[in-house]
Design a protein around this ligand. Structure first.
Ligand code: SAM
Length: 322
């Protein structure tokens, strides 16, 4: 992880001095690059230094670079915000430091990038074509697994974290390919949202997860009718998750808190385990996210199972759900 701190306050963390300032793992110059522009780079301490995301950096599959917005100010107070035109509450992130931060990353206004993209030839692919600039915003389009999958195909993702009342709209209009919201609630800043986008995206890059296929079998995994056998000896559902939620997982001890692990998971019958897991996926999706069923890839067997589950649930007093 690379951290560009504000001038004269902290040493700039580079590949050369990373070890000297105690950077916990080697920097790499390969893999997908995530560039995060923020006024609080310190908020990311720890988030990218553990688990899968750290391993992905160590293995050179991704690179996470933090850019302190205050490094792109020119006044004594390193001002990044100002009052909103038209009055009203709070402050707004000024456009100049953000534009300068983007320029320092070689990001042109999108009109120029789109032109370069159109003129692009196969012999000279333009890196701009595989870069996206995203503004984290409660007003953005909803972030979901399908979009994470698209983003994971890119070479470079630039994430702008808003604060206060948000970011001057001209930055959005001039530079941002997309406004992205992580949910229908308002956060104090875009940093947590950026961390979520990095995490969900990077784990879909081939090689990041131990078993390449494993993200296909999680909640929201794409449909894959080809997968009807065991994968590395592990029984999966009949298909990839196919847009459904994941099935419940159990581990040792077999009995806990008076609840036993379902017998089917202990008997080693892979076919039965697959069928049980598929049924659980359907049950959980129906209970928690029935909206997903509209677009899920369902087989004839799935539909039969769903009918049976629906029949069962219609026999239950609906008050039992609350
Ligand atoms: N005035 C804004 C509104 O009502 O939509 C809220 C601004 S919020 C306090 C400050 C910053 O947090 C935003 O500029 C954005 O970067 C980030 N943020 C807040 N909620 C978010 C969400 N649901 N998804 C992504 N980013 C969010």
């Amino acid at each position: 992880m690379f951290v560009r701190k504000a001038r004269n306050r902290y040493p700039t963390l580079t590949a050369k001095n990373a070890v000297k300032v105690g950077h916990p793992f080697p920097l790499s110059s390969t893999g997908m690059q995530f560039e995060i522009v923020t006024i609080f780079p310190g908020l990311f301490t720890g988030i990218f230094e553990n688990g899968v995301v750290q391993r992905a950096q160590t293995n050179g599959l991704i690179e996470v670079n933090l850019h302190d917005l205050r490094a792109f100010t020119h006044d004594r107070h390193r001002t990044v915000d100002d009052r909103p035109f038209g009055g009203g509450e709070g402050m707004v992130l000024k456009p100049e430091p953000l534009a300068e931060a983007l320029a320092s990353l070689g990001i042109q206004p999108k009109a120029e990038r789109y032109r370069a993209f159109q003129e692009d030839t196969e012999s000279a692919p333009d890196p701009a074509a595989r870069t996206r600039v995203i503004l984290l915003s409660a007003q953005g389009r909803p972030f979901a697994q399908a979009l994470a999958r698209e983003l994971s195909q890119l070479d470079r993702l630039v994430l702008l974290c808003g604060r206060y009342e948000g970011v001057d709209e001209r930055i959005n209009q001039l530079y941002c390919d997309m406004e992205l919201s992580i949910g229908d609630y308002v956060l104090s800043g875009g940093e947590l949202a950026a961390a979520i986008v990095v995490d969900a995206t990077m784990r879909l890059i081939p090689g990041v997860l131990g078993n390449e296929a494993s993200s296909e079998f999680e909640s929201f995994g794409v449909a894959d009718a080809e997968i009807d056998t065991d994968v590395e000896g592990v029984p999966r559902s009949q298909y990839g998750a196919g847009g459904l939620l994941d099935y419940p997982h159990f581990t040792r001890p077999a009995e806990f808190g008076g609840i036993s692990t379902p017998e089917v998971l202990l008997n080693g019958d892979h076919k039965q385990i697959r069928l049980w897991r598929r049924e659980q996926q359907l049950r959980k999706t129906l209970a928690n996210r029935p909206d997903l069923l509209e677009h899920a890839a369902l087989s004839r067997e799935d539909r039969k199972l769903l009918d049976r589950i629906l029949q069962e649930t219609s026999e239950i007093d609906p008050r039992a759900f609350f």
